[in-house]
Ligand binder design. Structure first.
Ligand SMILES: *Cc1c(COP(=O)(O)O)cnc(C)c1O
Length: 227
């Protein structure tokens, strides 16, 4: 078994165990392998081990890999900051965009998503802890943006994505994730088709799952350290 395959197998087991600790069994947890700054060959290795969702944060780097791996049936997730001039490439080549945080970007993605393609899955990136250096909207802006995105026919609003501040203490991690989960539930009460809460990375995914995450994004834990 390759190193990447063995990491994936260990992580799948850890995910199942963590889900079992949770009192509410509403969702399965979907694993997005964050392959940024790792080569296409590593993605192939993970794919051979059954992994289908991959996340990238740079458009040009992603487009190179998407073209090198066009023989594989991969779901590509854009998880990085979005420049509006890149919206055309993103809309045409990705399956999910997790980092939508303003209407201008949503409009452009909608405009460039071809009719021949399935609607683009989008998540609103939220930033509930006032971290100025990170992208994302607060709770009030999130609700407005959700309403606007629902009017765009080429986009399918699936939920929220968050990158809360790094905490080493598990309880502090959980408390932050719980706060994001509350907002997710409010949104879901209003729009019942919403089904995705993307939160949790290599250092904190267990607490994220315990707090109600439905999608985790792991890079280092699968592929090792990035350069
Ligand atoms: C890099 C990145 C990840 C993965 O981080 P790891 O700590 O390597 O698991 C997850 N989400 C986003 C948005 C990222 O940019």
């Amino acid at each position: 078994m390759s190193r990447i395959a063995s990491h994936l197998a260990d992580l799948q087991l850890q995910i199942v165990k963590t889900c079992a600790k949770r009192r509410i069994f509403k969702h399965n947890v979907r694993l997005v392998a964050v392959s940024k700054r790792h080569p296409a060959d590593s993605i192939r290795e993970a794919y051979a081990a059954g992994q289908r969702d991959f996340g990238e944060n740079q458009v040009q780097e992603a487009l190179n890999k998407i073209s090198q791996l066009s023989d594989l049936d991969i779901n590509w997730h854009m998880i990085g900051a979005i420049q509006s001039r890149k919206c055309k490439d993103i809309a045409q080549h990705f399956d999910w965009v997790q980092s939508v945080d303003r209407l201008k970007v949503a409009d452009k993605l909608n405009q460039h998503r071809a009719d021949s393609q399935a609607p683009l899955n989008v998540l609103i990136q939220v930033n509930l802890f006032g971290e100025g250096q990170k992208a994302g909207v607060d709770a009030a802006a999130c609700k407005q943006l959700a309403e606007a995105i629902l009017q765009l026919p080429r986009l399918r609003l699936r939920g929220l994505m968050a990158i809360p501040p790094k905490q080493t203490d598990a309880q502090a991690q959980y408390a932050q994730f719980e706060q994001i989960y509350q907002l997710y539930q409010e949104l879901q009460n209003q729009y019942p088709h919403i089904d995705t809460l993307s939160m949790g990375m290599s250092g904190d995914f267990e607490q994220a799952i315990l707090a109600g995450s439905t999608m985790i994004r792991l890079g280092t834990a699968i592929f090792g350290q990035r350069d």
